[in-house]
Design a protein around this ligand. Structure first.
Ligand code: ADP
Length: 190
């Protein structure tokens, strides 16, 4: 299986690039942000809980997020592999993902990070707010909180995969096509 963690701060372009990678490598795209938004739209119990955290730019608690992600993997038993987008976002989530995949005789092939400076991210999120309809894109204080949470809680996940020799970073600034080419150049060597 080809199991990729696509990593990077809010606005790095994970969702945009995932759409292309899914086609090219026949993978299942699992975005925890999308799964939460689906639950919010359908007013599930999980959605009601997630909304209270997402609206403030905080992380949804690990236990809830991990079990939602495991359910989503279990619903795709025929998958060639997965792109994990927005997950893991804490070291506890990364450890849980390893344990879960190991129990299925598989594991993470590589974490690929899209790197971009904060000033660029702020511009992109403000631009996305015009069309995304996402309340967490519309409020600069919430955007700042998401960036802070990324720096404090999520950035350390890089070291988790570095310790396993699985971390690869690429420059996330450029055209969508240029960044896709950088990703493909790495994935084709895996
Ligand atoms: P972005 O990366 O642009 O901030 P996402 O769609 O990935 O957007 O996530 C939106 C929000 O959903 C996050 O700010 C957080 O509240 C919640 N969320 C998504 N993934 C996770 C996760 N793995 N753990 C906890 N909360 C999450």
């Amino acid at each position: 299986m080809l199991n990729l963690v696509l990593f990077g701060p809010p606005g790095a372009g994970k969702g945009t690039q995932s759409a292309f990678l899914v086609e090219r490598y026949h993978l299942v795209h699992l975005s925890t942000g999308d799964l939460f938004r689906y639950n919010i739209k359908n007013e599930t119990e999980l959605g009601v809980l997630a909304k209270s955290y997402m609206a403030k730019g905080q992380l949804v608690p690990d236990s809830v997020t991990i079990s939602m992600l495991e359910d989503a993997v279990n619903k795709n038993p025929e998958a060639n592999g997965f792109i994990f987008d927005g997950f893991p976002r804490t070291n506890a989530q990364a450890a849980a993902l390893d344990a879960f995949l190991n129990s299925q005789d598989t594991g993470i092939t590589s974490m690929i990070a899209l790197e971009a400076p904060e000033a660029e991210l702020r511009v992109r999120l403000a631009e996305r707010a015009k069309t995304s309809g996402r309340p967490d894109d519309a409020d600069p204080a919430v955007i700042q909180n998401r960036i802070d949470v990324y720096n404090n809680e999520t950035a350390p996940v890089k070291a988790f995969y570095e310790a396993q020799g699985k971390y690869k970073g690429i420059n996330g600034v450029g055209s969508i096509e240029e960044i896709t080419e950088r990703l493909v150049a790495i994935i084709d060597t895996l």
